[in-house]
Design a protein around this ligand. Sequence first.
Ligand SMILES: Cc1ncc(COP(=O)(O)O)c(C=O)c1O
Length: 376
Amino acid sequence: MINFIPLAKPDIGDDEINLVVDTIKSGWLTTGPKVTEFENALSEYLKYDDEIYSLGLNSCTSALFLALLALDVKVGDEVIVPTWTFAATAQVVDWIGAKVVLCDIEEDTLNIDVHKAKKLITDKTKAIIPVHIAGYPCDIQAISDLAKKYNLKVIEDAAHAIGTSYKDKKIGNFSDITCFSFYATKNLAMGEGGAAVSKDKELIEKMRKLSYFGINKEAFKRYEKAGRWYYDIEEIGYKANLDSLHAALGIIQLNKLDKMNKRRRYIASYYRKNLTNKLTFNKDSDEHSHTYHLFPIRLPKNINRDDFIEELKENNIGASVHFIPLHLHTFYKNRSDNNFEVADRVFDTILSIPMCSAMSDEEVEYVVKTINKIVG
Ligand SMILES: Cc1ncc(COP(=O)(O)O)c(C=O)c1O
């Protein structure tokens, strides 16, 4: 029998291991030259026309939180968040003290429904946080038109979308601030890590300061020979800086990201061609470049999702559900009278099956054969 196939596993090789070891030997473990090298490489990777500025952070959650702070979102403001997302997208808004306004999603992509978002705008709405679910881009054009019309800030939650393109431009080129996750299961994996990017250098430098106690930028140099001992706390900040060991992993992972994303796309196309047509898949299109962080499938109504996941497990296949919509969780349940008709409908039948660039052809074929057998 085949070994357990997890939902995702990192695609780490000798190059990552060697650079992490070299970095440990260098004696500089925290934020330093390796982080700068990663940030510069990320900016270069994402750049289409205008310059992009990057800030390495310890998570995407930190990036989202600091983005709200940098854009001056405050107590009393409202922020529109899709209900179909992970806790992080909304909880950062709660931490700021602003109001989370949950929005329903599109049936085919699971991304925010921009028409429904428009109806949620009030004179208190300050920002919108679209999420590119599974690595397929939101309707960025419609979102930026809406933002322009109603003077909203846009923070993209691109936790799933490093390398995704909207038309021919990579995600990271469009909004006020874009936030990426480099969590262990993500397309670019550091274990824990994230980044914020923007075309606005001042915003990124503001976030950099906020990511280290509001201390002026000389702080990171103070242990170097050229650095000074003096530092000044200019405002209240947080501790969210990226360290050199994770950055070292990121440098190598970024070098091979396109290759890893290509492998994900190959696996997705194999799934699409060979899985039974009794299943429904999320939308893909030639217009954009999907990076398949996840591969969600929707079951026919006669199959119970929980039983199906159990049966996959018995057959050594991992599965999970991305996501339980926020409005169904205890904390968010009674906070909205909005209608989540699409999210409610989709949630009952959906699950994610294994998807990662480190899967072998044999594993991919086994997943297809097993699912087709169970669905019948
Ligand atoms: C949509 C989404 N946003 C944000 C996050 C948070 O990312 P991180 O773990 O890097 O903070 C996740 C994590 O899985 C996510 O799926």
